[in-house]
Write a protein that binds this ligand. Structure first.
Ligand SMILES: Cc1ncc(C[n+]2csc(CCOP(=O)(O)OP(=O)(O)O)c2C)c(N)n1
Ligand SMILES: CC(=O)[C@@H](O)[C@H](O)COP(=O)(O)O
Ligand SMILES: [Mg+2]
Length: 628
């Protein structure tokens, strides 16, 4: 039996000596490589925090003490140490362990995350609740250097430093966001990490003070103890200390004994403390150390070689978006591209390489990205902001207030729209239609395939005013890509199949499902019209009106939440137009969607040919056809 199997809860770690702990760290790394190589997952972030997590669980007493993990993609080690070894092989699978902290999964998961930069706010909340209720426990936020680029982290530091509550922030600095970290804070951390004079200056001053006869040693001691510590005096502007934190570090995050020692010091200090831990993303697995960006979040791979075991598939929507944007930008010098720390994920790596002066990675700062784009637009450029649907939730006011109200010429590319699979409910992009379609002035479209995506991007670039364009995480449909780009008239839907018994209205990926279902329905004598809606805003009112009155039965299908989605837009439209006597069946998600493979989730939620046929049954179509 290995050591890991004997760890059922964090207190089982306490009796282990350093040799045991190092062996345990090895076992943990092997287990994570084994499971992630099959299931996919966030391997490199977890390999980097093995020693840090062991130290946290030895020094603090979870779940009495609260540990809040930022983003939460690095909690696999935490899960393995808190009684979830047996279920670990199910991580990220349907009904399996989540890849993120889940309060329902364990008492040790004190706060759910998935989106970045929330941990310090939550930790300050826990700390203040403790103070008000006169309880006594420690609260620790663990935040990466990437997550530290997000605005919320600064709002929370500002509050924490002022509140003087006992809270510990562990800054896990591996110089990486998903890609290499960017920004002034990253440069600042780099200086802290690498300034060789820092320790020397401190030692020199202590040495000098101690040598002053009579009072020297006391002054040195006092200076070290004083709130304005030696570091504070010596390193002017030490940011965290200026904000009211005691700064400890930087320390080697793989030196378990040292990390434990410093965490113990932090635990015994009053007020907010920041522990700066330096780690290596991917530590202990060569392929991940060498390619931390690829192993940040990876699909199944061969553990021997680190090579991804991918089946050939058509290029993704994301890849086609990236290539098309490069093509358009070569011809139009006003086009600029913006990402919030996801150049690879949003398909912008090529753009960044080819047109570096017109590419902006602003860090994990979606709000800033959108308002920055509005500024660029009013400055005379044509900005394209590419953000995942789920992360646009962060930038809603910026889209509404800074882009749409002022009619800024900004293209909002909404990647990962629809369900995303194994990341689960924190990452599914199933609310953007609801929250964007109600914004005045915003043209909002979604392509049925990757070829239409190209034309839509071209249309968006040509359009004067704000445009949103949503497309999914998946591989494309494998259709031929037209070389020559054309504009798709704003607000024009496409009739893919005429029919008189029922109208199937699809958007995005679901258009193809509608076509397959229409075929199936035709075998059962039902003549279905299929509409590729294309535009959620503005709707093609004339076309919809015609088919609603002709067929009197409508089935809408969308890879999106039912509430407020495309189907809701159709219901509103019928009411606004006063078209009576039309029955509508809407297919979509009833609420938050679990994790699981995309095809499986589509089946579970009836976003399939079968789901449409069942909706037709509910509309009593087969009986009506038989009678006619
Ligand atoms: C609001 C938001 N935007 C973007 C992301 C995507 N994302 C997840 S992890 C990550 C990088 C985080 O870097 P860091 O905090 O340093 O953690 P590391 O993986 O390096 O340990 C990004 C950009 C996110 N989860 N949340
Ligand atoms: C944790 C996080 O937010 C990202 O790492 C996300 O999992 C990336 O998703 P994609 O794999 O869809 O790029
Ligand atoms: Mg990092």
């Amino acid at each position: 039996m290995g050591l890991l199997e004997k760890i059922h809860e964090p207190k089982d770690l306490r009796g282990l000596n350093l040799t045991d702990l190092n062996s345990l760290a090895q076992e943990i790394r092997q287990e994570m490589i084994k499971v992630v190589s099959k299931n996919g997952g966030h391997l490199a972030p977890n390999l980097g925090v093995v020693e840090l997590t062991l130290a946290l669980h030895r020094i603090f007493n979870s779940p009495h003490d609260k540990i809040v993990w930022d983003v939460g993609h690095q909690t696999y080690v935490h899960k393995l140490l808190t009684g979830r070894l047996k279920q670990f092989k199910t991580i990220r699978q349907y009904k399996g362990l989540s890849g993120f902290p889940k309060r329902g999964e364990s008492a040790h998961d004190s706060f759910e995350t998935g989106h970045s930069s929330t941990s310090i706010s939550a930790a300050v909340g826990f700390a203040k609740a403790r103070d008000v209720l006169q309880e006594s426990h420690h609260v620790v936020a663990v935040i990466g250097d990437g997550a530290m680029t997000g605005g919320m982290a600064y709002e929370a530091l500002n509050h924490a430093g002022h509140s003087e509550t006992n809270v510990i922030v562990v800054l896990n600095d591996n110089e990486m966001s998903i890609s290499p970290n960017v920004g002034a804070m990253s440069t600042y951390l780099n200086r802290l990490r690498t300034d060789p004079l820092y320790d020397k200056r401190k030692e020199d001053l202590e040495y000098l003070l101690k040598r002053i006869p009579g009072i020297g040693p006391q002054v040195a001691k006092l200076a070290a103890k004083a709130k304005d510590s030696l570091k504070y005096l010596l390193v002017p502007g030490l940011l965290f200390e200026e904000l009211g934190f005691t700064y400890l570090g930087p320390i080697d995050g793989h030196d378990l004994a040292l990390v434990e020692k410093v965490l113990d010091q932090a635990k015994n200090k009053k007020g907010p403390v920041l522990v700066h831990v330096v780690t290596c993303k991917g530590k202990g697995y060569k392929p991940a150390e060498e390619n931390p960006d690829i192993f940040h979040g990876i699909g199944p791979f061969d553990p021997e070689t680190g090579k991804v075991t991918k089946k050939p598939a058509p290029p993704t929507y994301t890849a086609v978006f990236g290539e098309t944007l490069c093509q358009l930008a070569r011809e139009n010098p006003k086009i600029v591209a913006i990402t919030a720390a996801m150049p690879g994920g949003t398909g912008l790596n090529e753009f960044a390489k080819e047109l570096p002066d017109r590419f902006f990675d602003v860090g994990i700062a979606e709000q800033h990205a959108v308002t920055f784009a509005a500024g660029l637009a009013f400055g005379g450029l044509k900005p394209v902001v590419a953000i995942y649907s789920t992360f646009y939730q962060r930038a809603y006011d910026q889209v509404l207030h800074d882009v749409c109200l002022q009619q800024a010429n900004v293209v909002l590319a909404i990647d990962r729209a629809g369900i995303v699979g194994d990341d689960g409910p924190t990452h599914h992009g199933v609310f953007d239609i609801s929250f964007f379609r109600i914004i005045p002035n915003l043209v909002f479209m979604a392509p049925k395939d990757e070829n239409e995506l190209r034309h839509m991007l071209y249309t968006a670039i040509k359009h004067d005013g704000p445009v949103a364009l949503r497309y999914p995480r998946s591989a494309g449909q494998g259709v031929t890509l037209d070389k020559k780009l054309k504009q798709i008239p704003i607000g024009k839907a496409e009739v893919l199949r005429d029919g008189r018994d029922v109208t199937l209205i699809g958007i995005g990926l679901m258009v193809n499902t509608c076509l397959l279902a229409a075929q199936e329905l035709s075998y059962r004598g039902v003549d279905a019209a299929v509409i590729n809606l294309r535009y959620i805003n503005p709707l093609d009112r004339k076309l919809l009106s015609h088919y609603a009155q002709l067929t009197k039965k409508i089935i809408t299908i969308e890879d999106h939440s039912l509430k407020g989605g495309m189907g809701s837009a159709i219901l509103e439209f019928l009411e606004e137009e006063g078209i009576d006597g039309v029955t509508v069946e809407r297919l979509g998600y009833p609420g938050f969607v679990d994790q699981g493979s995309i095809p499986h989730l589509f089946t579970v939620h009836g976003l399939s040919t079968k789901g449409i046929v069942q909706a037709a049954e509910r509309l009593k179509l087969f009986r009506d056809v038989a009678q006619s």
